[in-house]
Design a binder for this molecule. Structure first.
Ligand SMILES: Nc1ncnc2c1ncn2[C@@H]1O[C@H](COP(=O)(O)OP(=O)(O)OP(=O)(O)O)[C@@H](O)[C@H]1O
Ligand SMILES: [Mg+2]
Length: 329
């Protein structure tokens, strides 16, 4: 694994508040690295250190080293436009410029001195194609970007970022404002792009991280809890806090279709009721059962599993209550 961004002992402060504490990690080249962790743990701050966007925040200070290729990003004598040119940023909410679709993509190349119309036409087409938007907009390149759907606007922002030919793409929750289909479009494009770009994505969505990431960094309260190859971190986390975060996020993300409260029922009645409830559910739906009979905690899952259903979790909620989550098969 070749490293592309090398982060060494990075500390970041907003006035007195320390948002990043001694971050040391390598971001692999031409892979997708996901930064995961709860709200406020420093994910966006870390991303903003990479392209020095953090400079725009009053009172923010950063120490340590961030090396991209041979460039020391945090060194104040380097050319900041060079840093930003090497790293495209895909923001949380699409922010197209108030101009046409064409001009949005041509904006960066024009700033970098490209004036030739033919060359610009080629670049606009190339990057709209890479962003997976060309077919949808090729007949209305002169119409305002604001007329596109939100999902299309996000792909336009991706094309605009790519048109300055960066090496690295930074994405901060790039699909959180999008509907599921548009999110899937963006995810597909990112997966295609990783053969040519190093991609760092901040995401709340653990499922998205699992779909996309080759490498994972788990942050908590400004520190790295764990980092490593995605399959290892997700399947076999070394740290209990990572496991708890993944499991917890899974449960809170999980869409429960039906819930039954079986408190006050003992075995085998709770078992019978659970079976009835599952029977009434369509295949693939998720049932949560609340029980207070300790025998049910072992017996109900065992029986349901024997019937071919999938037990997603069994968890004690408090001294007297357990929840069992089952997927109907
Ligand atoms: N401009 C700022 N001024 C002061 N404190 C800030 C500023 N930006 C962020 N912070 C604080 O720094 C910490 C890290 O914030 P950051 O935005 O990096 O978290 P995050 O992991 O991206 O969270 P989220 O998932 O909610 O986006 C938080 O405690 C936050 O309140
Ligand atoms: Mg953030």
């Amino acid at each position: 694994m070749k490293s592309h961004i090398s982060i060494r002992n990075v500390n970041a402060f907003y006035s007195d508040h320390q948002a990043l504490k001694g971050i040391t990690v390598e971001i692999p080249e031409k892979q997708i690295t996901a930064i995961i962790g709860p709200s406020g743990c420093g994910k966006s701050t870390l991303l903003k250190c990479f392209n020095r966007l953090i400079d725009l925040t009053d009172g923010a200070r950063v120490s340590g080293k961030i090396i991209v290729d041979d460039m020391d990003v945090l060194n104040h004598s380097i050319d900041i436009t060079d840093v930003r040119r090497r790293m495209g940023l895909l923001p949380q909410k699409p922010n197209p410029l108030p101009m046409s679709i064409y001009d949005n993509v041509a904006y960066g190349p024009r700033i970098h001195g490209i004036k030739d119309k033919k060359k610009l036409d080629q670049m606009v087409e190339k990057y709209l194609k890479i962003a997976g938007l060309w077919d949808e907009v090729k007949d209305r390149l002169k119409s305002p970007a604001s007329k596109l759907s939100i999902g299309q606007q996000q792909r336009l922002c991706l094309a605009r970022g790519l048109a300055v030919e960066p090496e690295i793409i930074l994405c901060d929750e790039p699909t959180s404002a999008l509907d599921p289909v548009s999110s899937q479009h963006i995810e597909q494009q990112l997966l295609k792009l990783k053969s040519d770009y190093t991609i760092v994505i901040v995401t709340h969505n653990i499922h998205q991280a699992m779909r996309l990431a080759d490498y994972v960094i788990h942050l908590y309260l400004g520190e790295i809890v764990e980092h490593g190859a995605a399959n290892e971190v997700f399947e076999n986390p070394k740290e209990e806090r990572t496991r708890a975060y993944i499991d917890g996020t899974f449960l809170s993300d999980m869409k429960v279709d039906e819930e039954i409260d079986l408190k006050g029922n003992v075995c085998p009645y709770n078992f019978v009721y659970a079976k009835q409830a599952l029977h009434a559910l369509p295949k693939g739906k998720i049932l949560r059962m609340i029980v207070d009979d300790p025998t049910a905690v072992t017996e109900v899952p065992r029986g349901m599993e024997a019937d071919g259903h999938e037990i997603l979790s069994v968890k004690q909620r408090n001294k007297k209550e357990w929840e069992i989550i089952i997927k109907k098969q």
